[in-house]
Structures are given as C-alpha cells and as structure tokens.
Design a binder for this molecule. Sequence first.
Ligand code: KG4
Ligand code: ZN
Length: 334
Amino acid sequence: IKDELILGIETSCDETAVAIIKNGKEIVANVVSSQIESHQRFGGVVPEIASRHHVEQMTMVLEEALEQGGLAVEDMDAIAVTEGPGLVGALLIGVNAAKAVAFAHEKPLVGVHHIAGHIYANQLVEELEFPLLALVVSGGHTELVYMKEHGSFEVIGETRDDAVGEAYDKVARTLQLPYPGGPYIDRMAQTGTPSIRLPRAWLEEDSYDFSFSGLKSAVINTLHNAKQKGEEINPDDLAASFQESVIEVLVGKTLRAMKEYGVNQVLLAGGVAANKGLRGALQQAVEKEGKKLTIPPLSLCTDNAAMIAAAGSVLYRLGKRSGMDLNANPGLDI
Ligand code: KG4
Ligand code: ZN
C-alpha cells in the first residue's frame, strides 16, 4: 500500500511552519521559522509584524520542508492548514498559501483547529488510547478536552480570563524578565521556596474552568506592597509560589476529570507543557492512579506544523474536506 503523505501549514501566531507527515505519525520534514526576536522588544506578539513575517517566510519555509523530505507537492495526499483560532492576519497567510498549493496541484484541502493540532502532537510520540483527556496549556489557551474517539473534541473546561502562558508572561514582565517569560519563571521556581501565600482559583466546586488573572494580580500586588513598605521579596520565592498555585489547580482539575470521565490516558500539550514543575507534578499524579501520561518533546509542544499535519491526517481519513472558500477564523470553536 502507498504511504499517506500530508503537508501541514501553521501560521496562527508567531511561528511560520510547514511539515510533512507519513501515515499520520512519522515526521518526514518539519520546518519552523520563529519570529520571537522581532516581537521581544515589544514584550509580546504584535499582530501586524507577525503577518508580515509570515508573508516573507512562507515560500521559503514551504520549499525547505519539501527539500528536507525530498518530495514535491505532487506526492502529497492532502494539504492541512490551521484555520483558527489565532491572529486573523497571521492565519490568513497560511490559509491562502494552503489554498494556492491545493488548487494548483488539485489536492484535497483540510482545515485544522489549532488545539486539535496541539493534541495530535502526541500521536507523533505514541498511539492514542480512547477515551482520553488532554490538558492544552499555551500562551493563548488553557483547555481541558475530553476525546471519546478520533476527531471528537469536547471542551469540558477552559480559562475564563488569562491563558496559563499569558499569566506566566505577565508575571515575568512584572519581574522585568524578557519575553516570553515562562521559561525564566520555571527556572527561578526550581531554586525558590513557595513561601508566599497566593490564592488558588478553584471556582465552583464542580467546574473544570480555570482563571489565572486573580493570581497574576495577587503577584503584582505582593510586589507592589513590599516595595511601598520598603521590604525585600526574593523573586525566586515569588516565582515558586506562583508556579505552585498554577500547578496545584491544573493538576487538581485534570485529576478530578480523569476520574470522572474514566480515561486511561492523559495528554499534555501546548508551550507550557515545557514547564518542568508541571510535567513532574502531573506525571506523579497520573501514575499514582495507574494511568498513562503522554507529553510530546519540547519541539512538538510549541507551535509547529507537524502537529497540524498529524491532526490533518486523522481528519482526512475521517473524510473531512475543506473547500476553496476556506477562511481564517480567529474565534473558531473546536
Ligand atoms: O504553544 P506556544 O508556543 O504558543 C502559543 O500557542 O501560545 O506557547 C508559548 C507559551 C508562552 O506563554 C511561554 O511563556 C510559555 O508557553 N512557556 C512556558 C514554559 N516554556 C514556554 N511557561 C511556563 N514554563 C515553561 N517552561
Ligand atoms: Zn499553540
């Protein structure tokens, strides 16, 4: 039987990425062009700059991926592209590139939800066992997703305000750390002691939703009050206290959902899955229940196109096809 080859394109935020996946799980090519340096001096992603970078990079990244795989567009079974959610101008560059390639080579086009991509990054590591639960944590997302089978996504909890990564980046900014600050806070937390009292946002007893803006404000207020009183606060201790609060709630809710939904496998996905504290705590908690936790390697946790191609492969096999009227949808529901 001929191998299935899917070309994936991702441009929802600040990475221009193209990848080729064989049979849904094997990476043939994976190219990511990051713009982080261009956004760093602004302390966050500037949408207009992101769009311009995508336009400048797209053709090169696409050609590099094909070259890496020693393949041509002709060899592909389908073209998968992130249709949303994300920055509308950024998404449009990827969607239009995918449409142009699909149209010119008469290939099927498959629109992919960005979160489905993050989840399916795990399929590049391990066979998925349903039903499963996925905790998706990134700069733009905090979602607990229940999947009873391939292609079926039920969001059982999500953030009501800031995404986890966003809270990390804002706290880091208050501590005058570079953008993105998540990795710095994580490192400081390893050294510090969680000795500063901060709130835990459990919300309603039966809710799987999250909230991180109150915690973020509490950190900012703690710093502000100490400054006014002329007291010293150890930044490592503050980072450790913040991280402890975040992890306690993330792990607590994931564990409760895992039991209620009776799943055997838990997936961790998104950029914040790089967090050492979170990985360790979740691993311990899930294993203690005799269940399996899967976490993709770092390069597949942050935005990439291999995960979009992996999700695209599943959707393609399920018969999903997008038309030439496929549009970027910044607020797309999964
Ligand atoms: O998935 P991603 O690359 O982009 C989005 O789709 O948002 O995630 C980036 C986010 C940033 O907010 C960054 O600070 C956070 O992931 N991050 C971390 C760590 N590494 C990256 N947050 C906490 N601890 C880390 N080690
Ligand atoms: Zn992402």
